[in-house]
Design a protein around this ligand. Structure first.
Ligand SMILES: [Fe+2]
Length: 273
């Protein structure tokens, strides 16, 4: 089932949690630049639970895995169980999208791509090109999106995808953006109820408005990339997550939370990942 309808706890606001780029491995000891990604992910989940924030659903915006394995998705499902809310996902460049569509329902996670809420809809898009870091949005995804937008003219829309549509200011990352972002942006320009585009991939915060649409990215739950660097540079900032509130009038409030600076530091002097 591609579409689900959810009733949030309060009709006037939907509260979302975004977790992104967990880069998990089948092996518990799997490390990305020295960081045990299962440990950093579990620490983020624990911090969210301890925070006692109320939220209605969770969005996982790609790179759930680092090794394309069934075991990494099983590990993800097990780790998010304490959140105890519906979770929706999309694939990133380090994922195996077709494998995820088979595995996720088996571990209790929905494959839904359109989430209907009282005043909003959320669309989960696939921009993955298998085995390469950049993104491309294919015609079937664009027609699915257009169908969602046309069929729900009264709902505000939040679009989730892995890759970034606009440069974030890191030259090495901006070459791995959504290569045909103009195809998406042209479509969105014809549907003014789109309020928000939410992504992962860049392992840092970004918050800018382009042509009336707010574009947000979020920290990873493992390693962080330093904003504003032309060459690959890691950041000491802690793993993080984003909280969003979508209001009935189309207004959005959001905040990023992080574990303390210096938590789960990757290897110094890494030149890539
Ligand atoms: Fe990533």
């Amino acid at each position: 089932m591609d579409t689900v309808s959810l009733s949030p706890a309060h009709d006037a606001v939907v509260r979302l949690l975004q977790i992104s780029d967990s880069h998990l491995y089948a092996e518990e000891d799997g490390r990305l630049l020295g960081v045990r990604t299962a440990d950093s992910f579990n620490a983020v989940i624990k911090a969210i639970v301890d925070q006692k924030l109320s939220f209605d659903l969770v969005l996982a915006t790609g790179d759930l895995s680092q090794d394309y394995s069934t075991g990494s998705y099983q590990r993800f499902a097990q780790a998010v169980r304490p959140l105890a809310k519906p979770l929706f996902w999309l694939p990133g460049n380090h994922d195996d999208g077709p494998l995820m569509r088979n595995v996720m329902p088996e571990v209790g996670i929905s494959n839904a791509r359109q989430i209907l809420l009282p005043h909003w809809q959320i669309i989960m898009l696939d921009t993955q090109v298998y085995g390469v870091p950049h993104g491309w949005i294919k015609p079937d995804q664009l027609s699915f999106l257009e169908q969602c937008l046309v069929s729900q003219p009264d709902r505000f829309t939040l679009i989730c995808l892995h890759h970034h549509c606009h440069p974030v200011g890191c030259g090495w990352l901006d070459q791995h953006d959504l290569k045909n972002a103009n195809h998406l942006l042209d479509l969105l320009a014809r549907h003014p109820k789109t309020r928000l585009v939410l992504g992962g991939h860049v392992h840092q915060e970004y918050d800018q408005v382009h042509n009336g649409i707010r574009f947000l990215t979020s920290p990873s739950t493992c390693i962080q990339f330093m904003p504003g660097c032309n060459d690959f540079t890691l950041d000491d900032a802690g793993p993080g997550w984003r909280y969003l509130q979508l209001y009935a009038d189309g207004h959005v409030a959001t905040q990023v939370w992080r574990l303390p600076t210096g938590s789960f530091l990757p290897e110094a002097f890494a030149t890539g990942y």
